[in-house]
Design a protein around this ligand. Structure first.
Ligand SMILES: C[S@@+](CC[C@H](N)C(=O)[O-])C[C@H]1O[C@@H](n2cnc3c(N)ncnc32)[C@H](O)[C@@H]1O
Length: 206
């Protein structure tokens, strides 16, 4: 997957800085009591979120992605984040290895089968009562038109399979259409980016 996100990896952080930085800060705030927890960012991309956590004293950080180009960027800088090149749908981690799993802007671009596999894997590698923090788009009656238009424009630029999956995600009702309430209880949901992004915190159930 070196080619996937090949060019995008180089421009991802600067291009999306203004849109993503307030979201990264909000995630930091949500996780502030987890400084000592083992945290895995599944589909971490450039590792931008974990780098912010690392700068703020978080200690046990793991970053996983399939794209070598994204991971090349993630490895840069002065940090002690553990970087893993693996498939988020079938990782090599032990059952219950993590206290927190982050999934940020990863699910909307996946087909339904992969979405379900990644959520199942997050459930497996989280300990009981572990925290799943999902950052992704949301389209409902509260979503403002500006937010809808901005998200759709960005995803249309990504094009191809990503855009087709994004449209399916949007039409099917987003996260609530495939995150099983019996396995993950929603405990908090925040809106960001003109209400088109949700930061959803789930508690893992057995
Ligand atoms: C839109 S980017 C989001 C990156 C980052 N989480 C963020 O918030 O900016 C989606 C990422 O998911 C990664 N990805 C896609 N499918 C994956 C898979 N099966 N396993 C691991 N990473 C995957 C891509 O390589 C890409 O880096």
């Amino acid at each position: 997957m070196k080619k996937e996100y090949g060019f995008t990896a180089k421009i991802y952080d600067p291009m999306l800085y203004l849109a993503l930085n307030p979201i990264r800060k909000a995630v930091l705030k949500e996780l502030i009591d987890h400084r000592e927890s083992s945290i895995l960012d599944l589909c971490c991309g450039t590792g931008n979120q974990l780098k912010m956590l690392s700068r703020n004293g978080f200690k046990s950080l793991h970053c996983l992605d399939l794209s070598e180009s994204m991971l090349e960027v993630a490895r840069r800088g002065d940090h002690s984040i553990n970087v893993h090149r693996e498939d988020a749908a079938r990782t090599g981690f032990r059952d219950g290895e993590f206290e927190v799993v982050i999934l940020s802007f990863a699910l909307h671009e996946k087909d339904r089968k992969t979405q379900l596999e990644i959520i199942r894997e997050a459930h497996r590698i989280l300990g009981n009562d572990g925290t799943l923090l999902v950052v992704d788009f949301i389209f409902d009656e509260r979503t403002r038109k500006t937010g809808r238009m901005g998200a759709t424009l960005i995803e249309r630029m990504a094009g191809g399979e990503h855009y087709r999956n994004f449209k399916r995600y949007k039409q099917s009702g987003g996260l609530s259409s495939f995150i099983d309430e019996r396995r993950f209880k929603l405990v908090k949901s925040l809106r960001k980016a003109s209400t088109v992004v949700t930061i959803s915190t789930y508690r893992r159930s057995p």
